[in-house]
Every structure is written in C-alpha cells, then in structure tokens.
Design a protein around this ligand. Structure first.
Ligand code: AHR
Length: 501
C-alpha cells in the first residue's frame, strides 16, 4: 500500500456561488416498488389515511430531500395523467408499457402533491411528450395551477384540492433521445414539440420553470448534437436542459468505478459548452442552466432489460443493494454536482425508495437505510451557504475508462451565517491512502467540529434490513494547525470535515 499526496487550497475570496438547495433532489417514478410498496402501502401498519407510509416519509425527511421529480422517467411517456385523479375506486387500471406493469392508478397527481407536502419537498412534475400532446400538457398545468373557474381547475377543486398546487418546475418529457422511450423522437421532432409545449404553457403562466430533455447519457451517439439541436428550437423558451447518468463497476474495474465522478464532471462541462455555444450562435445573453435530474449508481448489467419482462403487478425492479464502495461513489457524484453549483441548478438522485434507492422497504415490515443514504443526507444537511472554489493538486491514478485522474476529489462550502466551512473529501483509490494537506485562507479554521468518515476494511459490505454495517463514524485522524488541515484519508473513503473558528 502506498500513501499518495494531495494539496488543497481554499480562499474565502474565491467562491463558485450559493449552494443550490435543489441539488438535494430525488425522484419518485411509477416503477417497480417505488410508489406501490414504497411511498404508498395502504395496508401497512405505518400508513396514514392516504395510504402513505409514515416510516418512509420520516426517512425522506431525514435524507434531507428538497425537491422530488414525478411521475417518471420512462413511465411518463405513456401516461395519461387523467387516469390518476378523482375517486380511487373510479380510476382505470392500465398497462404501463414502459416497465411492463399493471398500473392501478391508485396514486396520481393530487395524491403525490399531498405526499410532497407531508415530506416538505418541492414537486417537479414531468409532462408526457411521448404519446402526449401539447393540449394534454396544458390541461395538466391548468388542472394543477389555475386557481378556479375553468374545466380543469374546477375538477381539481371537486377532487378536493381547493388551492392550486402551484407547481413551478416542469420537465418537458423524459429521455426523448432514447429508442427505448415510448414515443421516441429525433432531436428536431422533440425540439419542435418541446418548443410548442413551452410556448403554450407560458401562455398559462410565463413564470413556469421549464426543462428540456438533454441526452439520456453521455454514451449516446447523439450526445452533444442532441442538446445543440433541441436548444436551437427551445433556447429562449426553457430555463434548463436535463442530464442523466448512471454508473456501475464493469468487469471488476474498481479504479474506474471509483472515479465515476470524473465522467460526470466531463459531461457537465460538455453540456454547459453546448448550451453556451447555442446562446452564442443566437447572440443571446441568456444562460440555460442544467438539471441533472437522474443520477446514481445503478448496476445496469444485472437488469435483463424491460423487453425481457412480462406484465405483472407490484414486481420489484432494480432493487440494487449498495455497498460501501457504491456509497463513496455517490458521495463523490454529489460533491461534483455541488462544485458545478453555478450552472447545475437542480439534481435528482434516482430514485427515492426501493428502485436504485437510498431507502428500502419490506412489504408490511421495516423501512431501512442503504449504504448510500449517509453521504447524501450529510451533504444535504451540511453543504450550506456558498460553494468555494477548490484548488486541488493531487497524485493521479490510472484508470482504464478515464485515463489518469486525480485520486483526491475535494469540494468545500462556507456558510457565512453559521461561520462553518465544510469539506467533502473522497479518496478514489481502491487500495492506497492519501496524505492530505489543505490550506485555508480567510476562512474559519481554528477548530474541527466534526470529521465524519465512511470507510472500512471491506468496500463490498452492504446494509440489510437487519444490519446497518455501512455507517458513518466520527473519527479524528486529521489535525488542524494555523489554518492547515493535515492527515491521512483511507483508501476508498468519503470524509466530511466541518471547521469553525
Ligand atoms: O430511473 C430509472 C429509469 O432510468 C428512468 O425511468 C429513465 O428515465 C432512465 O432511463
């Protein structure tokens, strides 16, 4: 085992900008057991009168989620939102062609809005631009947001929601570049319908925040050109463009997997460059920001694919068990989003419950925390105030997928209100430690309030309902002396250090 070296410099004068609180978003899709058997299980002992599990709501609040995207995902591209409103007994049962599921429609827009209010999260709804029309999208926005006196707003009131839901943020479809998407479109086809939908929605409410679909992932052959074409149609009509990325360890290549955040960083830079190049072509000073509204670790190679599924009800789907190593990668991805907080305004970890999720449930039983819960929750709780510019000089490790990458990932925030500096440090090496030297200038740095660490001898250990093996430990291996923080970070670890004066 070697000890690598890394130097970090922080200066109170150099800031990226305020921490966008919506980076701590999540995603609830009608998929597998995320909704049915996840947030909603009416015969569970902990369910409220609406059928929502209180234990899941408690964990959602503890996770610190600020915003939740709903109802999909691929699901939305074949969804008729009208099926999910009104008395539950009258709602139709449908085939969900995205995930080959029998959809009872017991949970729909009004139900989700009540759940979101209990969870204390801002809703972010997606409209169907796969099989849906401009009119369907307008009707949904009228149903949700128009006060009263029209067909759809009065129906909402009749269904019990007297006040408008006032949903501010809307996704214009989902992953429309993907051939797997119901109603998949070319970039021009999608750009046109997204533009026309945006134009029509803005006539209902010009202040809505609208998100155009970017690429489904950065390995799509059309990555870059898709964004350029879509934004050439929509640049002046939307506020954000979406990004999606999922990471997994392939062929035992642990070093590349632990360096996944390097790919996320490259993808973010690429989409910013593309969006800004469209702005330049249009001679526009407007900046389209980024919504990273699906990201996570997903062991995709273990999923046979939706074509291999038969129609069924309540089937578990992609319930990945997350390891300590997965949690370290999640912590690094979260920190990468923060470092780009000047352009990434929204991010949603996909998904919230059961489906590649930090929260797991047992039918009729416990709700419990996966290994990935802790880095998300601690980042959401402590990354406050401003993101600082972080200068990192680090030894590199060679990876098959990304070449030579810095072994240390470092991100920091400073909250002028509490006068706390918080550093998020990731050692991406599977076997070597890092000797860290971090120098802080013009920042509170006389005492360490907390050094929380996610590390351990077995990076493949997972949590189960019965045993929470992967958990945060408060340690004290770092020393602080005259504004310099120094010490060793173990291999494959995520560390949060809180400093004050
Ligand atoms: O989050 C799971 C699925 O991944 C979503 O439905 C889709 O948008 C993405 O491909």
């Amino acid at each position: 085992m070697t000890t690598h070296r890394a130097n970090v410099t922080l200066d109170g004068a150099y800031r990226v900008g305020p921490v966008p609180r919506r980076l701590f978003g999540s995603f609830v899709e009608h998929m597998g057991r995320c909704v049915y058997g996840g947030i909603y299980e009416p015969d569970h002992p902990d369910a409220d009168e609406d059928g929502f599990r209180q234990d899941v709501l408690d964990l959602t609040r503890e996770l610190g989620v600020t915003t939740v995207r709903y109802p999909g995902g691929n699901f939305v591209s074949g969804y008729d939102w009208r099926d999910g409103i009104g008395p539950r007994a009258d709602r139709p049962t449908r085939l969900d062609r995205a995930w080959k599921a029998i959809e009872s429609n017991e949970v729909g827009t009004d139900d989700f809005m009540r759940w979101a209010a209990s969870a204390g999260v801002a809703p972010m709804l997606a409209v169907n631009l796969g099989t849906g029309t401009v009119q369907d999208a307008c009707d949904l926005v009228e149903y949700c947001n128009y006060p009263s006196g029209t067909k759809w707003s009065d129906l909402r009131i009749k269904n019990g929601a007297h006040q408008p839901h006032d949903v501010r943020t809307w996704c214009l479809g989902n992953e429309m570049d993907g051939p797997w998407q119901i109603g998949h479109k070319t970039a021009d086809e999608y750009g046109r319908i997204a533009a026309e939908t945006a134009r029509a929605l803005r006539r209902i409410d010009p202040t809505l925040e609208l998100i155009a679909c970017g690429s489904s992932n950065s390995t799509m052959p059309s990555f870059g050109s898709w964004e350029a074409t879509v934004l050439s149609h929509t640049h002046d009509l939307v506020d954000l463009v979406s990004l999606h990325a999922y990471y997994e360890e392939k062929d035992g290549d642990t070093a590349s997997f632990l360096s996944s955040a390097v790919d996320m960083d490259t993808m973010i830079r690429g989409v910013i460059a593309t969006a800004d190049s469209v702005a330049a072509r249009l001679r526009s000073s407007k900046r389209v920001n980024l919504s990273f509204d699906e990201w996570n670790v997903w062991h995709q190679s273990r999923f046979p694919g939706e074509d291999a599924l038969d129609y069924s009800k309540g089937r578990p789907l992609i319930e990945d068990n997350y390891s300590l190593m997965d949690a370290v990668v999640v912590g690094d991805l979260m920190a990468t989003l923060l470092r780009h907080g000047d352009r990434v305004a929204i991010a949603c970890q996909a998904q919230l419950v059961n489906v590649i999720a930090p929260i797991r449930t047992e039918r009729g039983g416990l709700a419990w925390k996966q290994a990935t819960f802790a880095p998300f929750a601690l980042s959401a709780r402590h990354a406050r105030g401003d993101v600082l510019l972080t200068a990192v000089e680090s030894d590199k490790q060679h990876t098959k997928r990304y070449g030579d990458v810095p072994i240390l990932s470092a991100t920091a925030t400073h909250d002028p209100e509490s006068n706390e500096v918080v550093m998020f440090l990731v050692n991406r090496s599977p076997e070597d430690s890092i000797h860290l030297t971090a120098r802080l200038h013009d920042l509170p740095s006389t005492k360490i309030l907390q050094q929380a660490e996610l590390a351990g001898p077995d990076m493949r250990v997972i949590n189960t309902a019965a045993q929470q093996e992967v958990r945060i430990r408060n340690v004290s291996s770092l020393r602080l002396c005259e504004g310099t923080l120094e010490g060793d970070l173990p291999a494959c670890s995520w560390t949060m250090v809180r400093l004050s004066s």
